[in-house]
Design a protein. Structure first.
Length: 384
């Protein structure tokens, strides 16, 4: 079997890395930059800090209306700002929703027509052929890993579902990963985004795709989450824990070049139909999907248990898999995240619509155990 391996993203990593942003922008000879961010980072003063850093390098136009689970409307507004001000590149400053919007803005500039024609379900990457201006990604959460990813998730409003856009052309030209930017992240958001990073690494490792380099990265990312997430939640000023989680986040997105699994297929509809934040949705369904996959992935789940610090050398694969599931459950408790969908407002009457969207989501295609719509329904019920 022939497989193509790729790790092209340039990453500036470490406390204070944000100070190198002007030099990065200068490398692209950009005269005008669109800063894509959200109101939370404006209120926190972080957006102004970035604008001030760039004052001597270029003009900065700010689009600060990105919301969680960005929609087509938000994307088109950002594209209009980019076009109307003749920007040369974008800088995304924020969590996954912001970084995805920045990447999608650059793609969308020269790719008109219905957005659904460019999504993975339509083999849309083949149609992303025109020039895509560069973007630089600056994450302020540690979860999505969007700063090193080739994809962006945008909610299609008429259908109220998430579309995954993917192309190497969308990958950030550089990622500035400064853990100091996450020091003020609240405990709940730290926990939910951290569990998103864990889910990315874990599902990538279980994916049916062949990529042994990503397998090693995924296990390393899982180990970092196990070592640092609780500390990051309980002591937000612990820069070592923050750095560990930021690295785990990027590693998760690198690893899921292998693609993901059923947890993400379940989580996406929970965001669009039940307004559950993506990381939290992943956190709640993850132990149930691990149980679902146990019969076909016990050996790999045992590897995950080992990466999470469990003593597995003297146990069988099945018991090792149980230890992995239990370890994820403990993380939920130790980070004080809810473990049931009912605790975040999901009701039984939503389950048919959720299951229908989940089976249509492409992520379950690389799940180690094939899924039916009945499986989706049962998984939601197990997590309810």
């Amino acid at each position: 079997m022939i497989t193509s391996f790729s790790f092209p993203t340039r990453i500036l990593f470490g406390p204070g890395a944000i100070t190198q942003l002007p030099d990065l922008v200068s490398e692209f000879s950009a005269k005008r930059v669109l800063l894509v961010t959200d109101q939370g980072l404006v209120r926190a003063g972080i957006a102004d800090r970035v604008k001030n850093l760039l004052t001597d390098s270029c003009d900065v136009v700010c689009y600060d209306k990105v919301e969680p689970n960005p929609t087509e409307t938000i994307l088109e507004e950002a594209v209009s700002e980019f076009r109307d001000h003749a920007c040369d590149m974008a800088v995304g400053l924020g969590g996954g929703s912001v970084l995805d919007t920045a990447k999608a803005t650059c793609f969308r500039l020269n790719h008109p027509g219905g957005l659904n024609q460019y999504e993975i379900l339509a083999d849309g990457s083949r149609k992303i052929t025109r020039i895509v201006p560069p973007n630089i990604a600056i994450p302020t959460t540690s979860g999505t890993g969007s700063e090193v990813g080739r994809s962006a998730v945008i909610t299609l409003e008429p259908e109220n579902r998430k579309a995954v856009l993917l192309s190497p052309k969308m990958m950030p030209a550089a990622a500035v990963c400064d853990p100091e930017l996450t020091l003020s992240l609240p405990p709940g958001l730290t926990a939910a985004t951290g569990m998103d990073a864990l889910t990315h690494n874990l599902e990538a490792y279980l994916s049916t795709e062949y990529h042994p380099i990503c397998d090693a990265v995924a296990l390393g990312g899982i180990r970092l989450v196990a070592d640092h997430l609780v500390n990051a939640v309980q002591n937000g000023k612990d820069i070592d824990a923050r750095a560990g989680m930021m690295l785990a986040s990027s590693m998760g997105a690198i690893a899921f070049q292998k693609d993901l699994g059923v947890a993400h297929a379940l989580a996406h509809p929970l965001s669009t139909l039940a307004n559950v934040p993506h990381g939290l949705a992943n956190a709640i369904v993850l132990p149930h999907t691990m149980t679902f996959n146990r019969e076909v992935s016990a050996s790999r789940l045992k590897d995950i248990a080992r990466a999470m610090g469990c003593a597995v050398d003297t146990v069988c694969d099945s018991e090792g898999a149980n230890l992995a599931i239990a370890a994820v459950g403990r993380l939920l408790k130790e980070t004080q995240l809810p473990s049931r969908l009912s605790a975040v407002g999901v009701t039984e009457d939503l389950l048919p619509a959720l299951a229908q969207q989940a089976i249509s989501d492409p992520n379950h295609r690389t799940n180690p155990r094939p899924c039916t719509i009945q499986d989706m329904d049962q998984l939601y019920r197990a997590a309810l």
